[in-house]
Design a protein around this ligand. Sequence first.
Ligand code: AMP
Length: 491
Amino acid sequence: MTKFSDLKLDPKVLKAIDDAGYESPTPIQEGAIPSALEGRDVLGIAQTGTGKTASFTLPMITLLAKGRARARMPRSLVLCPTRELAAQVAENFDTYTKYHKLTKALLIGGVSFKEQDRLIDKGVDVLIATPGRLLDHFERGKLLLTGVQVMVVDEADRMLDMGFIPDIERIFSLTPFTRQTLFFSATMAPEIERITNTFLSNPARVEVARQATASENIEQVVMMFKGSRKDREASEKRKALRMLIDSEGDKCTNAIIFCNRKMDVDIVAKSLKKYGYDAAPIHGDLDQSQRTKTLDGFREGDLRFLVASDVAARGLDVPSVSHVFNFDVPSHAEDYVHRIGRTGRAGRDGKAVMICVGRDEKNFDAIEKLIQKQITRIDNPLKKDAAPAQADDASPTDAATPENTSDKPKRTRTRSRSRKSAEPKVDAEAAVQEVAAVENTPQPAPQKQERKDNSRSRSNRGRGGHDNKVVGMGDHLPGFIAMSFEERRAG
Ligand code: AMP
């Protein structure tokens, strides 16, 4: 078996690796490090969790150990698609450069330019950046890329998804032709292939086993889900999620809950919080300091549920996530592999639970095709919930929820909802109103409650246009509808 000491790395790097407790190089490290140290371009086809960050940072440090940085001219550049990933790469550099005097700067959005400018002015050995922020600095005339000897593109397929490829091409063209390029992507889409053909020179191609085939220690289940009514599907799906979480019991120590859209990340996090779950959202539109705080909390075990978008969670290294919940089926099958790869890391067992609604079935089929395995179907817990004697009914978090999905007729449900509304943790009606407001999908209005915010009452407004229906609304007629009705009659 290859040892790190066989890899011709700088002795100080070897010492830092030893301190980190690594015993032997991972396959991507074993494949990429020797070529990188020879000065060759490397095309690494590997995804997060394979040790790919060290596969480029370790040789870079070894190469940069000789020489010094010049003002505004970084000697190396690492491009990452997201701020979190960039921050993670920076942490890796800190770990492996502990016996070196190399300087680094992290250029990511959401952080003030001032401090970043100060570091660049002094001169840095390693610049770790997201493409947009790097180009901002460049355009402000604060940065020269002509001194870049080694350039890394990390998670290129994600860059493609995020529309960063034109930026990457521009950055390539701003760096010297003679630079060494280390390029990493989990997949080789045609556009990625084109970029590598254009900008890499005779690269050493290192491909490691897809995680899809290596995730045997992750139990994968799916619940096929259909709402009782179309307009209730969203809220019932959130209830189903809560029940799925509850059914895992203490085994679910912490989890990442993935949603496809940022808006749903917010809604799901808010809804979970309302129901007493320790959850917080993370996605690209949130303030950087908040994202960092949320992530740190999750890593340190202070936060149990991280509700995330693919982009925000991409590449996150949280070693002990017991569960991944896919609130939505990802639209790219490969994202499923990335998502569930957050659990079952480093040989631990993990569980991935997914909810699949009718319109996602095509994407679901694509996932099963990719992983070449049938995902175990589990029952819809809400169906059990409808039967009175089921244990789920007694769940403290789910009792008396406004998102109850029993199949009883509407009137009965409305009454039982108000009867049960003494749920201790959550003001149920307020929760559904609040979530509906964020979600912007009209929920059925409580029948005995006049809406304070008439602007939200689109359906009532519509009905108000027909005199016969307005009359039928009796005491519950919102004020503004009555006004227009009176006016029309007077006219
Ligand atoms: P990455 O794929 O770069 O996100 O790395 C995933 C995790 O593997 C990180 O927590 C690294 O610290 C860890 N790691 C990287 N290389 C090794 C190694 N050779 N042995 C053990 N753990 C490693």
